[in-house]
Design a protein. Sequence first.
Length: 268
Amino acid sequence: MPRPAAVPAFGGSSLFTQIRVLTGRSLRAMVTDPGIVLFGLIQPVVILFVLTQVFSKMGMPPHFPDGVSYLDYVLPAVLVDNAAQSAMQSGVGLVEDQKNGIVARLRSLPVHPGALLAARSLVGLVRSAVQVAVIMALAMTVLGYSPNGGAAELALSAGLTLFISFSLGWAFIAAGAWLRRAEPLQNLALIVIFPLMFASSAYVPVADLPSWLGAVASVNPLTYAIDATRALALDVPGLDHAIPAVVICAVIAVVGMIAAVRGFRRPL
């Protein structure tokens, strides 16, 4: 009697399919709990309203762009700050998956280690896109935000903001893969993001900062990112910072991907 043919072992679905399924799972969880997005909007919206209501009535510093209101000037910085906060949530989401047993179950299946990480990155990008759209809509309808750049330039500015969120998301996913605790990750985000935002061109032109702080701001990666998004949206000088901003974000994303996969492979 001939032997029955051996049934080949199932090697798992493709990496693309795994990423699609895991991304859909996290997006469905976000839709069923819209508070995840709404609570993420509280800080940037409060900052936007407070800054514009307090500083718009004060005299502008000497190097402030001509014909630009403080609302127009500060909104790109608020969007970048929101992108950074949303990126941090990508790392927190990975930590939660490690705690609730999802990661342990996936390790027993033929699932590529990078699939869950990529899914977390894409979900963070979607969340950031929704928040950017809501913040810009509120600024236009409630505060009268009216940038000088056209619709195409405004879309490019939003696109660059999302790329910043994508790259920082991988940095925080890597931190979550290594730290595996939400509290240290959130403290790390506070220590890193808060000083970098204020030591940049986010709220005041670099030339109007104290000399020592201006020196820090001139080499701060967020300065390049904020100047580039501001130049696109407002049609003001600073577009030469776009290429450095994209290159820096790309490097952060690649390094974050490598570090995240290595940290994720460690035993739980």
